[in-house]
Ligand binder design. Sequence first.
Ligand code: FES
Length: 153
Amino acid sequence: MAIEYKPKVIGFLCNWCSYAGADSAGTSRKHYPPNIRIIRVPCSGRVDPLFIVKCFQQGADGVLIAGCHPGDCHYTEGNFYSRRRFALLHELLSFLGITPERLRLEWVSAAEGKKFSELVAEFTASVAELGPQKEVENENREKLAITSSEREV
Ligand code: FES
């Protein structure tokens, strides 16, 4: 019997907006896939790039960072730092052989419970389509290694 693949998604949610948005999704009974493991952070700017790399290293299939809308950050500019870091992280993930689409940055306010549930559903589906991160990307890395060693010959 085949085991159904369920992607592991890690969600770093800022305490002031997105975490409250997730809470609002719950109180308004909006359903979203249970695949997401939520980690509450004080601000999206607190998410260190190493947290993301570590998540993928430990077998996460997708990582979602959600914070306050630009201009609404509780710490004024935390989400601007987050946005800049995100752009660099995309490059780094490609370099590491991880599909950059496995990482997503979104703005979700405390009043956007519906948006949060739709976002998690859509992101989980897109990650599921990419397949298990470790297996797929390891296969790609092996192919890359073979191709580069063939080039050397
Ligand atoms: S406090 Fe929410 S992104 Fe900074």
